[in-house]
Design a binder for this molecule. Structure first.
Ligand code: HMG
Ligand code: MG
Length: 296
């Protein structure tokens, strides 16, 4: 049967806002995160400690995290390397995420490293974070398809994912960065990880909704026993280094489906949708989420 309860891992402030053309003021980011926490989201990925030239949209990471203060709920941040970790540790942050690539091309484009070199960059990050008592999540991008390399072999995804877990990361989030995945492939991927001794409890699913498959893929994930889903409020999102990546699965679309299935999540849909409408007004365009538009 389906799980009774799932964890929604909100990524709107990071995955969403990293992809905005205009720079969103730090006041707006702060209020957005606070609204999402108030709506009951247990985890809100807030920003990235990456190179400010690579992602200028998140160059205010120190300012934002200082304003938000110690996490009442988990407010993870992306850190690609030791420099990023140093910045996060200097502020006393407790949750970080590294982000690897399943493909050679995206490793080079997103991290300026080869597929193999990325692990050497992450290794000291994970070791030092764990020694400091900081929780580490690992992403693996391009788990389904890659805009330059096409379909990505499942064995390659499992190999990269295992290596990230072997470094010591607690949870592995499987990213469909460009939203090309379909439900059958989700099942096959989760099964391949199980065959490689990675149980469903260690995995999270991170869908972008480019081809409108994110909810169907989520249902396949639920049937396969996965209990953590990444989503972004109002369906904000994309990746500046992946052509054709659009927004993540909208958190509201996810909540609507979970409510219908009777699966607990702890999020107040009305308050969440109001936050997304508020954010859409700040960005000057409507939310792409069907549920947000229907509720508005
Ligand atoms: P690099 O240019 O190779 O960096 O970039 P480097 O190690 O050669 O260092 C060069 C200079 O940058 C040095 O300064 C460093 O100090 C500085 P200098 O000594 O020359 O004055 N530097 C930094 N400064 C601040 N913060 C840092 C940092 N690191 C180095 N952390 C790097 C390598 C990884 C830094 C770069 O490629 C980068 O920042 N990439 C980030 C790309 C990114 O954020 N992409 C989006 C997130 S991934 C995503 O969206 C997918 C996901 O959602 C899942 C999915 O959908 O699949 C997670
Ligand atoms: Mg993403």
């Amino acid at each position: 049967g389906l799980p009774e309860r799932v964890t929604i891992y909100e990524v709107g402030p990071r995955d969403g806002l990293q992809n905005e053309k205009a720079i969103v003021p730090v006041d707006v980011k702060e209020e957005f995160v606070r609204r999402l926490v108030a709506a009951g989201l247990p985890v809100v990925e807030a920003t990235s400690f990456v190179h400010p030239k690579w992602v200028p949209q998140l160059a205010d990471a120190e300012e934002l995290m200082t304003r938000l203060g110690p996490d009442g709920v988990a407010l993870p941040v992306l850190v690609p390397n030791e420099r990023g970790l140093d910045r996060a540790l200097a502020l006393g942050l407790r949750h970080v995420a590294i982000f690897g690539s399943a493909t050679e091309t995206f490793a080079r484009r997103n991290l300026n490293r080869s597929l193999d070199e990325q692990f050497a960059m992450f290794e000291p990050v994970v070791t030092r974070a764990l020694a400091a008592g900081v929780d580490v999540r690992a992403y693996v991008s391009m788990c389904f398809g890659d805009p330059w390399e096409g379909e990505v072999p499942i064995e390659q995804v499992v190999r990269v994912g295992k290596r990230l877990l072997d470094l010591g990361a607690g949870q592995l989030s499987l990213g469909d960065t460009i939203g090309v995945g379909t439900a059958g492939r989700v099942k096959a991927l989760v099964a391949a990880f199980a065959d490689a001794d990675v149980p469903a409890e260690r995995l999270a699913l991170h869908f972008h909704d480019t081809y409108g498959q994110a909810l169907a893929n989520t249902l396949a994930g639920l049937e396969a026993g996965i209990t953590t889903y990444d989503a972004s409020a109002g369906g904000l999102g994309g990746c500046p280094y992946a052509e054709s990546a659009t927004g993540n699965l909208a958190t509201e679309d996810l909540v609507w489906m979970l409510d219908g299935l009777g699966i607990e999540h702890g999020v107040d849909l009305a308050s969440l949708a109001a936050s997304s409408v508020w954010m859409a007004e700040r960005l000057g365009r409507e939310s792409p989420s069907a549920v947000v538009r229907a509720l508005a």
